[in-house]
Design a protein around this ligand. Structure first.
Ligand code: AGP
Length: 591
């Protein structure tokens, strides 16, 4: 949550920050602000709303040093007053912050009882503490002292009005990348924010402190020992984060799914063999249980991973919701293996669990779309889901890429020679067919768009797809939607069915076809307006959407495209902000 950007160098720092913030806006978009050097002074400009609103209110157009922030409110409502940058009480320090300071109330009381505060944020006290400690300490020591008393997560860029040629930075638990090219040095919460202003980057470690003075970078740990600077080339291209001719990133990303499958085949298959680290496969073959840990859509993807591992490898598995696991102590088997699924690789709930698991020395694999993320750095192993940058807040191609990657991994662990490669190729073609017939999905979206409540039902694989379908409709179309295992309806939820409640059944599995249809019929008898999405081989002429047949264990990949399109068009009809839905953020970096 929240994106931060900084630039110091020969290029225009204000353009760098505004462009960077627009790319990071997916991380939070309720207010935005910048601080920049202008005529031997620092100026601050901040606005409630989007980066575009901020850009309109900027009175200057050039600077060589600037920091910026786009906010997802945690402490204090979205407002100009609570927007970053924040200033210290005596106006000496200015900073932007991504993260949460959990003990900020206690610190106010302990150190800052003579200060008054302008905002309701936890962030303001960081600037105040640095100022307070710098009354008796050098700035560097005052910043380190502040790091030692604040608890929580932070990535901050800090300006000192008494030393205007430099930018300080601190980082713990929230992501921060340092970038550089021949003309300047930049900072961003993720790699896209650096594009155009850096050719190389370096992800910063936790508890890092540093300063950039003109073109010189100094990097230290908490006790002031200098750290090595290892930069990597930036390989992502600007055009990957371009909407092209699509109206929304979400639609573009839905359309990229067939290509994503072909990329994954190219990445992991050599002929008919899956090529993966031998050590990883050995550890997985030896373990007595695989524990999957994830949140949201990524958690729904891991239900498929559990299914593939149990069916193909005969290893018992369990799926854990990260935000629950972090505060519980389940019984752990003797030789467990932990697999984390995360599109961003920065989800705070997951990082908290991962640290706990690593302390116990259990092996950890991260399956992610962000190979330069914090989770990858913390893990023993990492697999790339090769989906390409996903910009829309609602996950589409990253979700299906996780399902595909887990099928490939399970196939490699099992050593089994299923025809996965050809079956996946068939899935990519089937997805293309669904996309060609998108008007049918649009038709259903039009019919359900005004529903108060809507239910998706299915069993097994189709139930897991229903969970994802329901999340998509909630996220972007703001329709109250629940997913039920169709068998569970009669145990309670059927009481919610009233006249014309839409109930959409997903039917792609032969074994549950008849029974799910009966359960759907039971809702129709109580007034529901029912719809069926079915695989061709199981379809009836009156079914609403018939998808091509593919291997039964991969059918969810095709039905998912249908439910993504239904959610997308429902949101279009409502004229919602599809790529940046209200109250959400793409990278959930607070617990
Ligand atoms: C999906 O559409 C969501 N925006 C959300 O549920 C997401 O999957 C979840 O926050 C997990 O994120 P991650 O994959 O980056 O860890």
């Amino acid at each position: 949550m929240c994106g931060i950007i900084g630039y110091i160098g020969k290029k225009n720092a204000l353009s760098a920050v505004i462009e960077g913030l627009s790319k990071l806006e997916y991380r939070g978009y309720d207010s935005a602000g910048v601080a920049y050097q202008y005529n031997s002074n620092f100026k601050i400009c901040k606005e409630k709303g989007r980066v575009i609103d901020l850009k309109k209110s900027l009175t200057d157009s050039h600077s060589n040093l600037a920091i910026g922030h786009t906010r997802w409110a945690t402490h204090g409502e979205p407002s100009q007053k609570n927007a970053h940058p924040h200033c210290s009480f005596h106006q000496r320090f200015i900073l932007v912050h991504n993260g949460i300071i959990e003990n900020y109330q206690k610190l106010k009381f302990e150190y800052l009882n003579t200060y008054s505060f302008i905002s309701e944020t936890d962030t303001e006290i960081i600037a105040d503490l640095i100022e307070y400690f710098s009354n008796t300490l050098q700035v560097e020591d005052a910043i380190r002292k502040t790091m030692s008393v604040i608890e929580g997560s932070y990535a901050c860029l800090i300006l000192d009005t008494l030393h205007q040629d430099r930018m300080y930075f601190i980082k713990d638990k929230s992501p921060l990348l340092l970038g550089k090219d021949e003309e300047g040095i930049s900072f961003a919460s993720d790699i896209t924010g650096l594009l155009g202003y850096a050719t190389e980057y370096m992800p910063l470690d936790d508890k890092t402190f540093g300063v950039v003075i003109q073109d010189k970078i100094e990097l230290y740990d908490m006790i002031g020992i200098s750290k090595e600077q290892i930069f990597k080339e930036i390989s992502i291209q600007e055009e990957e984060i371009n909407k092209k001719t699509f109206d929304h990133f979400m639609l573009k990303e839905i359309y990229e799914q067939p290509m994503m499958i072909r990329n994954l085949i190219r990445k992991y298959f050599k002929g008919e063999e899956v090529i993966l680290s031998k050590k990883l496969l050995h550890l997985l073959r030896q373990c007595d249980k695989v524990n999957f840990v994830a949140c949201g859509s990524s958690m729904y993807a891991s239900y498929f991973a559990k299914y593939y591992f149990e069916k193909l490898c005969g290893i018992p598995c369990e799926v854990f919701c990260a935000s629950e696991l972090v505060y519980s102590t389940p019984l752990i088997s003797k030789r467990p293996f932990f697999i984390f699924f995360s599109q961003s690789g920065e989800t705070a709930d997951l990082i908290a669990v991962m640290k706990k698991i690593k302390r116990q020395n259990y092996p950890v694999l991260t399956i992610t779309n962000t190979m330069e993320s914090s989770m990858v750095r913390l893990s023993d192993y990492a697999l790339d889901i090769c989906a390409g940058k996903e910009i829309a807040v609602a996950s589409t191609k990253a979700y299906t890429a996780m399902v595909v990657t887990s099928a490939i991994l399970a196939r490699a662990v099992s050593g089994n020679k299923t025809n996965l490669k050809n079956n996946l190729k068939a899935v990519s073609l089937a997805m293309e067919k669904v996309l060609e017939n998108k008007e049918v999905c649009k038709g259903i979206a039009r019919e359900i768009v005004d529903a108060q409540d809507l239910f998706y039902i299915g069993r097994g694989i189709d139930y897991w797809t229903s969970l994802e379908a329901s999340l998509k409709l909630k996220e972007i179309a703001y329709i109250h939607t629940e997913a039920f295992s169709s068998g569970e309806l009669k145990h309670g939820p059927i009481a919610l069915i009233t006249k014309n409640t839409p109930v959409i059944a997903i039917i792609t599995q032969e074994g549950t076809n008849r029974i799910t249809r009966s359960n759907l019929e039971e809702t129709a008898s109580r007034g529901a307006h029912t719809y069926v999405i079915s695989s061709k081989g199981l379809s009836l002429p009156k079914d609403d959407i018939i998808i091509p047949n593919v291997a039964h264990y991969l059918s969810a990949l095709v039905s998912t495209v249908v439910v993504q399109l239904i959610a997308y068009y429902a949101a279009v009809f409502k004229q919602n902000d599809i790529d940046k839905p209200k109250n959400l953020a793409k990278s959930v970096t607070v617990e």
